[in-house]
Write a protein that binds this ligand. Structure first.
Ligand SMILES: [Zn+2]
Length: 259
């Protein structure tokens, strides 16, 4: 599941390949881009930086052009030596950027667009993002709490933690892990959760997400997500699962020690 750590991990792998480099080739195999002429518009331009913000990834080219990507539930990034078999079928590649003998590929990209840097800055989807849990300087906790408390207090905490305007980077896996770590039932409303509790929740997963952003180990060491019917590692009660929030996203919790 692409969450902030997945995207930062992708950026960390793409950066050494593309940053400071003029790509040898840019291809947009998907028919949707047939008339957009990305290869021509990006030809000869150096990649100035590769960065991630929450679940968004940006390839910034000289001349103020930016490729903006968001994978939603389905997309993925791959970094492959030329000639290596890709992890998804070639027809699912939307973007291929080659530098020397390495290809950076975006598959099944629901949001993939070429924008000017000015448009990126003005874009509400990006401007409205809350503080990034994976920010290099650390999560801005004060801003996170402010955003959380400005929001509807009757919303469940499990749902609120998915709101990218409150905190950027969490998805269904990490919100579940965060609530378990802080013994918070994700169905509790935010008004019934103290600041210290919610900070404990995000602090507990921050280092794990940072590790995953470095080495791609999101699936390792899960304590609650995906473990329905298994005994809780803390109290032995069987973990339950359900759906939560407007988007009806999956959630897991231990009824024994989370309340
Ligand atoms: Zn438990």
């Amino acid at each position: 599941m692409p969450e902030g750590d997945t995207i930062h991990y992708a950026a960390n792998r793409i950066r050494p390949v593309l940053e400071g480099v003029v790509p040898d080739e840019v291809r947009t195999p998907h028919p949707r881009f047939g008339r957009d002429r990305w290869p021509q518009r990006l030809a000869g331009r150096r990649v100035e930086s590769v960065d991630a913000l929450g679940k968004h990834l940006f390839l910034r080219f000289e001349g103020d052009l930016v490729i903006h990507s968001h994978l939603r539930m389905t997309g993925s990034w791959g970094v492959h030596p030329l000639g290596q078999r890709w992890k998804r079928a070639p027809r699912r590649a939307w973007l291929v950027v080659r530098a020397g003998d390495v290809e950076v590929v975006q598959f099944d990209g629901p949001i993939l667009e070429l924008m000017t840097a000015g448009r990126v800055r003005a874009d509400q989807r990006i401007r409205g993002l809350g503080p990034d849990i994976l920010a290099e300087e650390g999560l801005d906790e004060a801003r996170f709490l402010r955003r959380l408390r400005e929001d509807d207090p009757t919303r469940t905490i499990g749902d609120a933690l998915l709101d990218q305007r409150t905190i950027a980077g969490l998805g269904t896996v990490w919100r579940t892990e965060a609530c378990w770590a802080a013994r918070i039932d994700p169905h509790r409303t935010t008004q019934a959760v103290a600041d210290e509790e919610v900070l404990e929740a995000v602090r507990s997963i921050g280092p794990r997400m940072q590790r995953s952003a470095k080495d791609g180990t999101q699936n390792r060491g899960r304590t609650c997500y995906g473990l329905r019917g298994k005994p809780c590692g803390r109290c032995g009660t069987k973990i339950r699962s359900g759906h939560l929030g407007d988007d009806n996203r999956p959630v897991y919790w231990c009824p024994g020690c989370q309340d």
